[in-house]
Design a protein around this ligand. Structure first.
Ligand SMILES: [Fe+2]
Length: 278
């Protein structure tokens, strides 16, 4: 498979020694201006997160938007997101989630700093963005094309560390209802990176909660949503009371991944905990 999107995009970094990334995820924006998810105004919390990101002392080299950007896959929601991120001075790369329309995103998420590329080369790192979404399903799966993209990345740049970015989780996070909604063939992804001689890290959204772990030598990280969170460890669906957030990652040249989770604590949000699904 080859297209503009799968050609590697080479980016310069501000530091010679690391790559700085901000990941924001699961913004669940509605077509309506005051659209609410579980009682929370998702545009309001998204704008609060972007406002906080813009105040980061060390600006990131680029942004990763990791799916469920829209709640209703509407053109209006993507136009709104494009208008908010298109003016950021650094590139944004995106992938779809289960709530998104990959086709509409490709035609609507446009702007001077919004890129369709699914492979990035920056410093000592290669970043690969995968589409784990399955039409009309909440769970995830990796297509042969996506698995081939990982294979190509590993064989072309064995000397670089590898960050694989996706929407759905490739491992269980300890919450029954969510663990049924991860990537069904995640083991295929682990197999594709097994022989990689340098560091490998997987990064995702979807679970609306903080998770850090390790499996088969791969570092594992998930990031909370810019809106409502899910309660960690919950057997059934349950909204959490943690604040909206985003993650600031520093990819060091020796392969270490340092990450800081930022929460927007100083703004009051209303979440309706009586709702039992999303
Ligand atoms: Fe989500």
């Amino acid at each position: 498979m080859s297209s503009v999107a799968t050609l590697a995009k080479k980016l310069d970094t501000q530091s010679m020694h690391c790559v700085r990334i901000v990941q924001w995820t699961d913004s669940h924006i509605f077509s309506e201006e005051k659209g609410k998810l579980l009682g929370l105004d998702t545009r309001h919390s998204f704008e609060a997160v972007l406002g906080r990101i813009s105040k980061e002392e060390l600006a990131p080299d680029f942004f990763l938007a990791t799916g469920d950007l829209s709640q209703d896959a509407s053109e209006e929601s993507y136009r709104y997101i494009a208008s908010k991120i298109g003016s950021l001075e650094k590139p944004t790369f995106w992938i779809p989630g289960n709530h998104d329309s990959p086709e509409l995103m490709a035609t609507t998420l446009k702007g001077d700093s919004i890129y369709p590329h699914k492979r990035i080369l920056a410093g000592n790192w290669q970043i690969v963005l995968l589409d784990t979404s399955v039409p009309k399903k909440v769970y995830g799966n990796l297509s042969d094309d996506d698995l081939s993209l990982v294979e190509e990345a590993v064989s072309e740049y064995p000397e670089l560390h590898l960050l694989v970015v996706m929407h759905h989780q490739p491992v269980n996070v300890g919450s029954n209802w969510l663990d049924n909604l991860g990537i069904k063939n995640a083991e295929e992804l682990f197999k594709r990176v097994k022989s990689h001689e340098n560091k490998v890290c997987f990064l995702w959204g979807h679970v609306h909660q903080d998770f850090n772990g390790e499996s088969q030598g791969v570092q594992l990280i998930s990031t909370p949503s810019t809106c409502v969170q899910f309660r960690p460890g919950s057997k059934d669906f349950s909204a959490g009371d943690e604040s909206p957030g985003y993650r600031y990652l520093t990819l060091h040249e020796d392969g270490r991944v340092e990450s800081l989770l930022h929460r927007i604590d100083d703004i009051e949000f209303t979440v309706d905990y009586s709702i039992k699904g999303y």
